[in-house]
Design a protein around this ligand. Structure first.
Ligand code: NAP
Ligand code: GLV
Length: 309
């Protein structure tokens, strides 16, 4: 039994060690050193090379190294009969919640303005409302958005969420569908994006959606760069419609040198590190999936082709 591994980070040795500890019988083959393609039964990948996954005649499941799967689905030659499993991992979930909470608190407590004041040597009181009067909204109430929304609500923020289908989450006002979007945006002062990238969600963060937010709202985009119409962001910030943006993801990564986002004082940038899958916890999840397949049980967290996530 062999597992094909491909990542774009330097964390392969962590994965190799985790699998060696938990499943010594599983051969860990790091792409492109795959050996005999017929021996590969499982793949654990991030941005697989186009056409590569069709080369393995005995491949039984493709596990995504990330929660997002568009890096796999964008391969026109992907063997569609093989299940694709998205990453659900406690370390990934809590890492994202930390990131979101950090920025919600940062915007709520005016940290960007306080930092600018410190640079200028200015002592000026900046007021802020109690958390229960600060309206935070999370787009996407799945594994990551659901955990982030629950955590934000536990800090007593007035928390709402938006999903495709109706949801009930204690302490979170839930909106759904096209009809719920405008009402969700109109009440949201700090907007968090944790949607998957699909045909329906691409470009969802645009001038029109920014205009529906209350003036001076803030944006936290931790999902995908293609959710944001980049040309619409700076005008919204410069006009004051948006007060700030924290961006972890970009249409082009790495964000090119000279991109106007780098120099904009109201944009905070991180290099797609909002959360990373943790081998120490996630390897077990992959092995549980393999065990379910071997036992003839249905796999969990399989991506639905028709829904795109
Ligand atoms: P998930 O569990 O599949 O949840 C997706 C959520 O989005 C669900 O609540 C779903 O609604 C909602 N949704 C999907 N399409 C929608 C639409 N058209 N309108 C309204 N709501 C829609 O995904 P997840 O595990 O939480 O991950 C979310 C995304 O985070 C990933 O796809 C990835 O892009 C991103 N991510 C980024 C990083 C980073 O470091 N920056 C790390 C991990 C993940 P239903 O509940 O009704 O299905
Ligand atoms: C990271 O971006 C992921 O999708 O897990």
């Amino acid at each position: 039994m062999a597992l094909l591994f491909k990542s774009e980070t330097d964390r392969a040795s962590l994965w190799r060690d985790a699998f060696a500890r938990l499943a010594p019988d599983l051969e860990f083959r790091e792409w492109p050193e795959v050996g005999d393609p017929a021996e590969i039964e499982f793949a654990l990948v991030w941005h697989p090379a186009k056409g590569d996954l069709k080369r393995y005649p005995n491949l039984k499941a493709i596990f995504s190294l990330g929660a997002g799967i568009e890096h796999i689905f964008s391969d026109p030659e992907l063997p569609r009969h093989i299940p694709v499993v998205r990453m659900v991992d406690h370390g990934l979930t809590r890492g994202m919640t930390e990131y979101v909470l950090m920025h919600v608190l940062r915007f709520h407590r005016n940290v960007p303005e306080l930092e600018a004041q410190k640079q200028a040597g200015v002592w000026n009181y900046i007021d802020y409302p109690p958390a229960w009067e600060r309206r935070v909204g999370v787009m996407g109430l799945g594994v990551l958005g659901g955990d982030a929304a629950r955590t934000i609500a536990s800090f007593e923020f007035a928390t709402a969420g938006w999903s495709r289908r109706p949801k009930r989450i204690e302490g979170v006002e839930c909106f759904h569908g096209e009809d719920g979007l405008a009402r969700f945006l109109q009440r949201t002062e700090i907007l968090v994006n944790l949607l998957p990238l699909t045909d329906a969600t691409e470009n969802i963060l645009n001038a029109r959606s920014f205009a529906q937010l209350p003036r001076g709202a803030c944006l936290i985009n931790a999902a995908r760069g293609r959710h944001l119409v980049e040309e619409d962001l700076i005008p919204a910030l410069d006009s004051g419609q948006l007060a700030g943006a924290a961006l972890d993801v970009f249409r082009e990564e790495p964000l090119p040198a000279g991109h106007p986002f780098w120099a904009h004082p109201k944009i905070w940038i991180s290099p797609h590190v909002a959360s990373v899958t943790q081998p120490s916890t996630a390897a077990k999840g992959v092995l549980d999936g393999i065990a379910r397949l071997r036992a003839g049980l249905p796999l969990e967290n399989v991506v639905d082709w028709s829904e795109g996530y």
